[in-house]
Design a protein around this ligand. Sequence first.
Ligand SMILES: Cc1ncc(COP(=O)(O)O)c(C=O)c1O
Length: 371
Amino acid sequence: MADVWPGGIVSYSVKTNSLPWVVAWMEPAGVWAEVVSDDEYELATALGHTPERIVFNGPVKSRAALARAIDGGSLINLDSQRELRWATELAAERPAGSVKVGVRVNWNVDAECPGATASGPDGLRFGFHVEGGDLTEALQYLAAGGVEVVGLHLHVTSLSRGIDVYRSAARTAVGVIRDHALRLDYLDIGGGFFGGDNPDFPTPTQYLTAIRDVLVDAVDPAVTRLIIEPGAALIAVPVDFHTSVIDAKQVQDHVIVVTDGSRTNLDTFFRKTGYAHDLITAGEPTATPQVISGFTCLDNDRLMTLVDAPRLREGDQVIYLRVGSYTMAFNPLFINYLPAVYARRDDGRLQLVRRRWTAADYLAGNDWSLS
Ligand SMILES: Cc1ncc(COP(=O)(O)O)c(C=O)c1O
């Protein structure tokens, strides 16, 4: 980041994997926290992120959390009408010039990058719409209410994670900055980047250079900090999921391999059909298809079908690779509670960073008395 945009900020998207050890790891590594709820804000501060190194996004902040974040010096991107109202109310209660915010921008990205987003021509769901005039109204409302707009936020996770969407975001930001004569402290271009070292994907430098090349006419890097909010790019690759075979049995022309992992651990939306994986087994290769299945009672808890793979038996292992994003944070408390997590430290040691949840953890905070 510093090579392309000195003073730029990397802010970890906590929702992507909010395992406490991961969120805590980021702070001393120089990575801020990007949060989208009061709970995530509280989590980040509890794990060592100081308020002034937190980016607070999303449309569901409470008024109290918004006030705390303003007073703590967090970077706040407003994303709903009630937040606009609350910001002006809070400004009226504070010394002039002390309430500074950013605003999330909704633009017609599909017009510039057809098919790049899941929502397509229906448009994005978040932020104040540029083309429809909502953004202009929001900026005017905040100015009239004594709130200074010092940031813009443009995030979209595109289907392709390609560079064109970032160019579109940067062009939109340039238009807004010029139309409204904004002098920004920061420009937050969101997350949605590829991570890892796959040569088919853009590198961090390619993404950032493309963004800078569009912004440079309207934004002075010495004045305005560029923020990125990667989630998957930071946490997908370093996480593996280790499972063991419980049973293997022939059903018609295939073998059902029951494991102590589940699709609910890795594929909350039940859409995936394959994973990068390793097998730990002494089995001989078999032409019989093996359906790797989960521990739950759902019949479609079938993770993938292996063909011409070693025949798996009780005690063998299936290890799913690069599965750290939108998996652990989505893990339901369904039948089995949360699995144990280990961190591999620099010296190779494995540290238990979350023990397996038991019924006692599930019961915490409950009151099951009947009187
Ligand atoms: C506002 C915001 N920032 C950052 C991210 C992180 O996206 P990714 O994990 O694709 O980098 C998301 C994910 O949806 C998001 O909504």
